[in-house]
Design a protein around this ligand. Structure first.
Ligand code: PHE
Length: 349
């Protein structure tokens, strides 16, 4: 069954690259979601990613109580492309025109492989863009806010596990030091967490050294002994094969689409590992961008809303315990309650 409201696929007239724009749902309002500029074995893999990521954006906005729908854009680079070698300006103009053709049904933001400066270029063509640099009237980089929201989620999980939200001395294993991961590493170091980190780029090891964090290879960190494992890189890291080898008590991180397949959620539950869905733990960026750009929140008001992810996660954990369901199920129910209410309001009669 086709879940999505609209999918636009076109070969970018300037770049020649596949531009894939997936609008999953506008039930809550016009959709938003980032532009992912990444390598794929085949462009159809980029399409699958766009479909999954856009559906997760619907849940992310719904669970956060924002009147925004879910969408995503993927530009699928060839598997051997060097991101620096692509004609970036051409790609961004191709994307911007595709977005503009939807007439406001969807607005883009930054994601893996793109930045606020890219949003500025897109903003030359269309107004339907979040997170332009602040100098141009946008809310700027969303990644510090995403990291802040993940920290709030980690505090709630830590309280759930140990009765105390303090992260001091807690063993945190962080996978990925990209835009969000690096911010999060710094926040965790400042909280006094006992930090182990990794990245596929060995040059990022200097960040570990600076923060006094241990470094492990991307392969080994997954099964390292830790209180909480924090996926902050690309999706799909939690596979049925890896679950039996995990040595953490909980998994909570900002990477989108962490579960390789939906059944992994149940496997984690069976192993007694608490998993908070990525669309809850990663909502800080869209909460900041959405509330400041659409609703005129001040940065302080937005921060309060981002920090409220802590109570959202606490509520999900309480509900899950009370009802004997997983936090993932509780999060799904929360998002769908908002979606159902909105749908009922739209239905005539
Ligand atoms: N990368 C952001 C996310 O997945 C995308 C985004 C940021 C979309 C800000 C809109 C506004 O949450």
């Amino acid at each position: 069954m086709l879940d999505h409201e609209q999918i636009l696929i076109r070969r970018g007239p300037r770049s020649g690259l596949p531009v894939i724009l997936a609008v999953h749902s506008t039930v809550l309002g016009p959709a938003a979601g980032g532009l992912r500029l990444w390598r794929y074995p085949d462009w159809r893999d980029g399409l699958s990613d766009a479909l999954r990521l856009s559906a997760a954006m619907t849940l992310k906005f719904a669970a956060a109580g924002l009147a925004i729908g879910g969408g995503k854009t993927v530009v699928a680079l060839p598997h051997d492309a060097q991101p620096d070698s692509i004609a970036r300006h051409d790609v961004l103009y191709d994307v911007a025109e595709a977005i503009d053709s939807l007439g406001g049904k969807y607005a883009v933001g930054p994601d893996v492989g793109t930045t606020p400066d890219d949003m500025a270029v897109i903003g030359e063509v269309t107004t339907h863009v979040f997170c332009k640099p602040q100098a141009l009237g946008g809310s700027g980089d969303s990644s510090p806010h995403t990291a802040r929201g993940t920290l709030a989620a980690l505090r709630a999980v830590t309280r759930h596990l140990y009765g105390d939200p303090s992260l001091k001395g807690r063993r945190m294993a962080l996978i990925g030091l990209g835009h969000v991961g690096e911010h999060l590493a710094r926040l965790l170091a400042a909280e006094g967490a006992d930090l182990t980190v990794t990245d596929i780029d060995p040059a990022k090891r200097s960040i570990a050294d600076e923060l006094g964090a241990a470094w492990q290879s991307p392969e080994d960190i997954l099964t390292t002994d830790a209180d909480i494992l924090i996926p902050a890189a690309l999706g799909g890291v939690l596979t049925p094969q890896v679950v039996p080898n995990l040595r953490c008590r909980a998994i909570t991180g900002p990477a989108n689409n962490q579960l390789d397949t939906a059944e992994v959620g149940d496997l984690l539950h069976q192993r007694g590992i608490t998993w908070i869905p990525d669309y809850i733990a990663s909502a800080g960026g869209v909460i900041n961008a959405g509330t400041t750009e659409l609703h005129g929140f001040t940065p302080d008001q937005a921060l309060t809303r981002v920090n409220a992810i802590e109570s959202t996660v606490t509520d999900l954990l309480t509900t899950a315990t009370t009802l004997g369901i997983t936090p993932a199920q509780a999060a799904h129910d929360l998002a769908h309650r908002h979606l159902r209410t909105a749908k009922a309001q739209h239905t005539p009669g």
